[in-house]
Design a protein around this ligand. Structure first.
Ligand SMILES: Cc1cc2nc3c(=O)[nH]c(=O)nc-3n(C[C@H](O)[C@H](O)[C@H](O)COP(=O)(O)O)c2cc1C
Ligand code: SF4
Length: 512
């Protein structure tokens, strides 16, 4: 039976039905939900797609699109009489400069990806199958077998944190509370990342099967898929796959499925902010502990897992956890690496975990120009110099190098790029996407952006205090956004000091 929705949870849905924040809408939604009008207004203004419903065409201002002349594109659109605004990264880095017209949604172009191969786990080019063989094995062999395979696979979360999946699953199984939830994090918003989009568009059955396995193993009664709002057709691909799986008798009615649109807030990719959004509130991260496995959606045990993590499950159960562990070079499994920026064939390349940047560049047709730097895991990972090209692209190696794999949104920069400008682009992103809840992040992101602008305008001392600000942000921010937001600037200063008025460069040279 469908659980009764709390009226609070309907707020975002009602705002969406009303077409976003306009005069009188908060009053209407207040009558429908009985939630105070001020709270409704607060929610509506938090989410960019609701706060500016008539903004027109969104032009991406992420770093890759910036390199791809998004400023020229917006000018062109406006000259042609179109309404257009800059938006935070649109998750279409392979199509830079990307834009999205909410009133005229065409199909999303597919990104190039690795050719099909038996050595791949997700295999984006393979035909999606309605067999659901892994789900059937899970039903026959039971939760202990599933957990055993998951543990031996060594699967770590692909959404950015790299946390071992089996620990979360085991923690949920140990909870006395039987009202449990499975949540798919498909909010993919990290600049440079567009892999989850491709997984859902190309292999939606892998995702539905993975979610069904999780719900069955954890005895969850409800599955929620939270899909990035700017990815309209992606959500439909998931819904169609569920329908097909039901018609084919692969999925029964024991679990209730919910498909929820995001409303344009990067922070809602953070798991607890996502839960707040599902509960109809402003998407502000919660303090942890308690972790979602104990108190998640509606305060109940909740598994939150990234799309790529979930899509690995059928392969792990079909071919065994040991097989999955063995396909990685330095850490278990394969990884979907998104390559964009100054690379010949921007796309999603699945390769063994620990493949080097040099090898990834070869897969993507090489660098356009001469490599200067790269961001290995989206904006949050900062920059590494070209001399880091042989570091294995895995969680541990990149952490040791002072960066992170994150969601593996690799942005490639050639030697035409001004690193002050690159750092400023990332600083603008974090300032705009900070939820504003804690002061180190809210004020720190603003200070870093202002310091970079002042330095760019000729003030040589503008960056003198940014290391202190960065330290405070790293130490005192509630969530990963504030903790990582200074890294693009501090890493660019470290590896390209002369561009920031410091002593000569140490690591920016191109290796042979
Ligand atoms: C600022 C921020 C943004 C995030 N965005 C995403 C996202 O878009 N998608 C995602 O799966 N995880 C994202 N995460 C990580 C999630 O909080 C969480 O770790 C993840 O969904 C858990 O799933 P996994 O273990 O399968 O990776 C983000 C984290 C932070 C701090
Ligand atoms: S670190 Fe930033 S995004 Fe995270 S809770 Fe604090 S203000 Fe919000």
């Amino acid at each position: 039976m469908q659980p009764k929705k709390a009226s609070r949870e309907e707020v975002l849905e009602k705002l969406e039905e009303a077409g976003g924040q306009r005069i009188g809408v908060a009053t209407t939604v207040q009558r429908q939900t009985l939630v105070p009008e001020a709270d409704i207004y607060g929610v509506a203004t938090f989410y960019s797609l609701l706060a500016e419903p008539e903004a027109g065409i969104r032009v991406c201002q992420g770093l890759t699109c910036h390199l791809g002349e998004s400023a020229a594109l917006i000018k062109e659109l406006r000259t042609a009489g179109k309404k257009a605004v800059f938006a935070s990264c649109l998750g279409r880095c392979d199509q830079a400069p990307a834009f999205w017209d909410p009133d005229d949604e065409g199909p999303i172009d597919r990104a190039p990806c690795s050719p099909t191969s038996p050595d791949l786990v997700i295999d984006l080019e393979a035909a999606d199958s309605l067999e659901y063989e892994a789900l059937r094995s899970a039903a026959t062999r039971g939760p202990d077998w599933v957990l055993g395979e998951l543990e031996s696979s060594g699967l770590t979360g692909r959404g950015g944190a790299g946390f071992p999946a089996h620990i979360k699953w085991q923690a949920i199984r140990q909870q006395a509370e039987t009202d449990r939830y499975v949540v798919l994090n498909a909010d993919e918003g990290e600049p440079g990342t567009f892999k989850d989009r491709e997984v859902i568009l190309r292999r939606p059955h892998l995702v539905i099967e993975g979610l069904a396995i999780a719900a069955q193993c954890l005895e969850a009664q409800n599955v929620y898929a939270y899909v990035r709002g700017e990815f309209g057709r992606v959500r439909a691909a998931l819904e169609d796959a569920l329908q097909a799986a039901r018609s084919a008798g692969r999925i029964d009615d024991r679990v209730t499925w919910h498909f929820v649109d995001g409303h344009g807030a990067y922070i809602c990719g953070e798991e607890t902010a996502l839960l707040e959004a599902l509960e109809g509130k402003r998407g502000m991260p919660r303090m942890k502990p308690p972790f979602p496995v104990e108190k998640g959606f509606r305060g109940r045990p909740t598994l939150i897992q990234n799309v790529e993590s979930i899509a690995c499950l059928p392969g792990i159960l079909r071919r065994g956890g040991d097989w999955f562990r063995g396909v990685g070079l330095t850490e278990p499994g394969t990884k979907l690496y998104c390559l964009s920026g100054h690379v010949e064939n921007p796309g999603v390349y699945e390769a063994p975990m620990g493949t080097t940047m040099r090898q990834l560049l070869a897969m993507a047709g090489g660098v356009s120009g001469t490599l200067k730097a790269f961001s290995p895991g989206g904006a949050s990972s900062g920059f590494l110099p070209a001399s880091s090209i042989d570091i294995p692209m895995d969680f541990g190696s990149l952490r040791a190098a002072g960066s992170m794999l994150g969601s593996a949104g690799v942005v490639v920069l050639n030697d035409t790029v001004d690193m002050v400008h690159a750092a400023l682009t990332q600083a603008v992103f974090f300032e705009e996407e900070s939820c504003g809840q804690c002061s180190p992040c809210r004020i720190g992101t603003q200070i870093l952006r202002q310091a970079l602008e002042s330095y760019g305008s000729g003030d040589p001392d503008a960056l003198s205090y940014v290391q202190d600000v960065a330290w405070g942000m790293g130490e005192a921010s509630i969530c990963g956004l504030g903790q990582a937001a200074a890294l693009p600037l501090t890493s660019a200063m470290k590896y390209f000091p002369s561009e920031f008025g410091l002593e000569s460069e140490t690591g920016g040279s191109t290796p042979s």
